[in-house]
Design a binder for this molecule. Sequence first.
Ligand SMILES: Nc1ncnc2c1ncn2[C@@H]1O[C@H](COP(=O)(O)OS(=O)(=O)O)[C@@H](OP(=O)(O)O)[C@H]1O
Ligand SMILES: [Mg+2]
Ligand SMILES: [Mg+2]
Ligand SMILES: [Mg+2]
Length: 354
Amino acid sequence: MSYQKEQEVAELAVQRAAILTKKVFHEKAKGTLSKNDSSPVTIGDFGAQALIIAAIKSNFPNDEVVGEEEASSLREDTNLRDQIWELVKGTSLSDSKAEDILGGPIASMYAMLDAIDAGNSAGGAKGRIWALDPIDGTKGFLRGGQYAVCLALMVDGDVKVGVLGCPNLPVDDSVALTADSGVDQTDEEGKGVLFSAVFGQGATSRPLTSVGMGERKAIQMKSVSDLSQATFCESLEAGHSSHSDQSAIASKLGVTKPSVRMDSQAKYGSIARGAGDIYLRLPTSATYREKIWDHAAGDLIVREAGGEVTDSLGRRLDFSKGRILAENKGVVAAPAAIHSHVLSVVKEVMEAKK
Ligand SMILES: Nc1ncnc2c1ncn2[C@@H]1O[C@H](COP(=O)(O)OS(=O)(=O)O)[C@@H](OP(=O)(O)O)[C@H]1O
Ligand SMILES: [Mg+2]
Ligand SMILES: [Mg+2]
Ligand SMILES: [Mg+2]
């Protein structure tokens, strides 16, 4: 299947949602709540989830969605709910044909809450299921750093379409990551990129603000001939992945450059376009399981750009196990030609810890 329609809807839905998140990014008050697991969520996360799910349901009414957020707290907090509705109501694509493809505006505030709650699929190995992270890297979003709007379509447990909107990454694929790529990104000049991939058809990038699919350019991972010059990416938050294990792995690999720390799946997009080389995410806890929406789009985009993505034991990420990656531990993403070498060093370092 070509998944042309799915890719078009996914790209436009991510673009529209990013218009909303960018408004919130520049506001001081981001309407932040603390969730049960004490992680933050903002009016931007809720609004983006509503807009994206409404677009999916308008085009593919029978598809399910595994979305990160849910609306129960908003059904009680009328003030926050009204703020989100104002934002959602006021956000559309400037190209009216593109806006029509998405089904136009959401009809009412209650329809918006229902759209958010339609992200409640249990996931699994059967049928068409979208994985949605309306703002990945919410902590980065709040800090003024990197974040991504992430959407992927899985069919019978395999990712077929993946789209990442990264408002704070450079448009230009040839700009290499630097140590400060993940820190203050409040100046948006020259930034905003949309990564997109369909299984078997390669990966592309284009400006996040254009509507023309014609502007898509193929992207490829860089070939790494000298690991001492390789750039590796990791999470900014020390609680999300083990900086100490990652640094031990990098030094064993002979990597000499300091890591680039950035929030969100912007890491997957950056290595897929060759702006960086390796993404390591080693667990900080034995019990945490990664969420499918944190990886589905990035996994496909990197693989379609010539990369390999596995967990720390060398298993492919398995998106068919529900809302979490129940059978995986950590993530190792690298160009296919060096992935097995990187993985062998990951295993060595992890073994030595036991
Ligand atoms: N303990 C632990 N281990 C691993 N991952 C965790 C953990 N806790 C949270 N999360 C998820 O991390 C998502 C953000 O990942 P990042 O790579 O952006 O991390 S970081 O923000 O740079 O720290 C973040 O996604 P968002 O909530 O969408 O921001 C979480 O789903
Ligand atoms: Mg996330
Ligand atoms: Mg999120
Ligand atoms: Mg979150």
